[in-house]
Write a protein that binds this ligand. Structure first.
Ligand SMILES: NC(=O)C1=CN([C@@H]2O[C@H](COP(=O)(O)OP(=O)(O)OC[C@H]3O[C@@H](n4cnc5c(N)ncnc54)[C@H](O)[C@@H]3O)[C@@H](O)[C@H]2O)C=CC1
Length: 481
């Protein structure tokens, strides 16, 4: 099978592909370990050039009527849809995620973000504020050049989720995908260009933390949107603060999924599996602490083990495969270390385990306690930790006893309890009788260490624009001197 995924060039600056001048950046297909492309990182000069190109192009883009910007985003969404098969295959090669997932969850979600913000942008208006004789009005203005920095789990979706609100508001963007998954962002740049985006409005630079750090501190950058881990978030937030830059931080989590004993067992088990095993568990909002009420615990674990045993692991390009490899060997080793720590601490392995090579099977721990590292640290792999609880007040307190606050889920048939518990949970996104659904219409983001700001929905607009207030004097100026 031909797995060559070499792009025309590694970077995309000022409307065209440009080869990187930095270190070599090999790209591996996680399933076979084969090198499918060799890119080159951007040099520091190239990061600066990309930001300069963005700064030069941005004012003319911002001066367009919103419908004219929207048309470009709509066309890009249509191009993505027309090429979804080919783009999804590339996403699978880049990440190792099963093709049955990438066909529906990656570029499709990106297309929806482009469509949504294309629709929303032209409806945004300022406010007219009557002040008696005088009046004031507000203008919502772009920030300028926005830096986007992505994680490796949903590379193309992340690029679209950041580009769509940024571009519709009249900003330009320089995007740096994760060094583990650099291919999708280049496709987005080409698609946006084909859709009519002017040169310089969406640029791609490649590289790891050093290139990211150069981008964050570039003199032309007014805003930084990062999707990544909490430690990286702290560094990027601090660096952005030096220049008083705006930030959006979409960071990690250790989210609780609470199953009360009146819940629909099949739905709760299904959600817990989706919340831990989809994308081989490499999802920030995963409900990795599954709190199961005493009365339903044994039935829950039994059914979970039965259903987990049916999950098909294998070749991600096979349409039947439901569980693919871990995206990088280093991440697979981190997950194995976490599993070993869980076993050493005395938690019981219900199913799964360390696996082999790039594969880690769906893994479930029982008899865990809140102080174990498997119940405290983000693992970012297919590892579910189940914990038992007695009552509502106890589970809310335990669910909140973490520095993270990205997401949470509640399964119960009791309507009032569902909303009461949700109100008590410290999380940016909560699901009732569902999990991990992130439609573009709904704000998404974390509280506490899990982040600042929101992606998706009208709330994202706030993070890619700023208000200008204009006071209009309608009469003589009354000066006291
Ligand atoms: N809240 C959310 O929406 C999501 C959060 N994540 C989180 O991302 C993490 C996994 O992704 P990783 O790629 O391993 O995260 P990471 O934190 O290692 O890297 C994220 C990005 O930041 C860049 N970076 C690293 N150091 C930098 C620096 N000093 N300055 C600027 N950029 C720098 C990396 O090159 C990469 O592009 C997990 O913690 C996960 O929970 C992942 C997906 C979604």
């Amino acid at each position: 099978m031909n797995l060559n995924a070499q792009p025309t060039a590694s970077l995309f600056i000022d409307g065209r592909p440009v080869e990187g001048e930095g270190a070599a950046l090999p790209v591996f297909y996680p399933y076979t370990g084969q090198e499918i492309a060799t890119l080159r990182e951007a040099s520091t000069d190239q990061v600066a050039l990309a930001c300069q190109a963005a700064a030069r192009a941005q004012p003319a883009w911002a001066a367009l009527a919103p419908v004219d910007r929207a048309r470009v985003l709509s066309r890009a969404a249509a191009i993505i849809r027309a090429r979804n098969d080919e783009l999804s295959r590339l996403e699978t090669l880049d990440t190792g995620k099963p093709i049955q997932e990438t066909l529906i969850a990656d570029w499709e979600s990106g297309a929806q973000a482009l469509e949504y913000f294309a629709g929303l942008g032209p409806t945004l208006t300022g406010q007219m504020i009557p002040l008696g004789r005088d009046w004031a009005y507000t203008r919502r203005e772009p920030l300028g050049v926005c830096a986007g920095i992505g994680a490796w789990n949903y590379p193309s979706q992340i690029a679209c989720w950041k580009a769509a609100p940024a571009l519709i508001m009249g900003n330009a963007m320089v995007f740096k995908p994760s060094e583990e998954t650099p291919l999708g962002a280049l496709q987005l740049a080409a698609i946006l260009t084909e859709a009519g985006l002017p040169a310089g409005i969406f640029n791609v630079v490649q590289g790891g933390g050093a290139v990211g750090a150069a981008l964050v501190t570039d003199v032309n950058v007014a805003k930084v949107s990062l999707t990544g881990s909490v430690p990286t978030g702290r560094r990027v937030y601090a660096a952005a603060a030096e220049g008083m830059r705006h930030v959006t931080m979409e960071l990690g989590g250790k989210s609780p999924l609470i199953v009360f004993d009146d819940a629909s067992l099949e739905d709760a088990v299904g959600a817990a599996m989706l919340a831990n095993f989809y994308s081989s568990g490499q999802i920030c909002s995963n409900g990795t602490r599954v709190f199961v009420q005493e009365g339903i615990r044994d039935a829950f674990l039994r059914r979970l083990a039965e259903r987990a045993a049916t999950i098909r692991m294998g070749d991600p390009l096979d349409a039947e495969t439901q569980h693919g490899p871990i995206t990088s060997p280093a991440q697979a080793e981190k997950i194995r270390a976490a599993i070993a720590a869980g076993q050493a601490a005395g938690a019981r392995l219900v199913c799964g385990g360390p696996g082999e090579g790039a594969f880690i099977p769906p893994t479930v721990f029982a008899d865990a306690t809140d102080d174990m590292t498997i119940a405290r640290d983000e693992i970012f792999g297919p590892v579910m930790t189940t914990l038992t609880f007695r009552d509502e007040a106890e589970v809310i307190a335990r669910a909140n006893a973490t520095g993270f606050g990205l997401a949470a889920g509640v399964f119960t048939q009791d309507l009032t309890r569902a909303h009461r518990v949700t109100a008590g949970l410290q999380a940016g996104t909560c699901w009732i009788n569902a999990y991990n659904l992130t439609p573009v219409e709904m704000p998404f983001g974390g509280v506490k260490q899990s982040g600042i700001g929101r992606e998706n929905s009208a709330a994202a607009i706030e993070h890619y624009s700023q208000l200008k207030s204009v006071y209009v004097g309608m009469g003589p100026v009354e000066a006291p001197y």
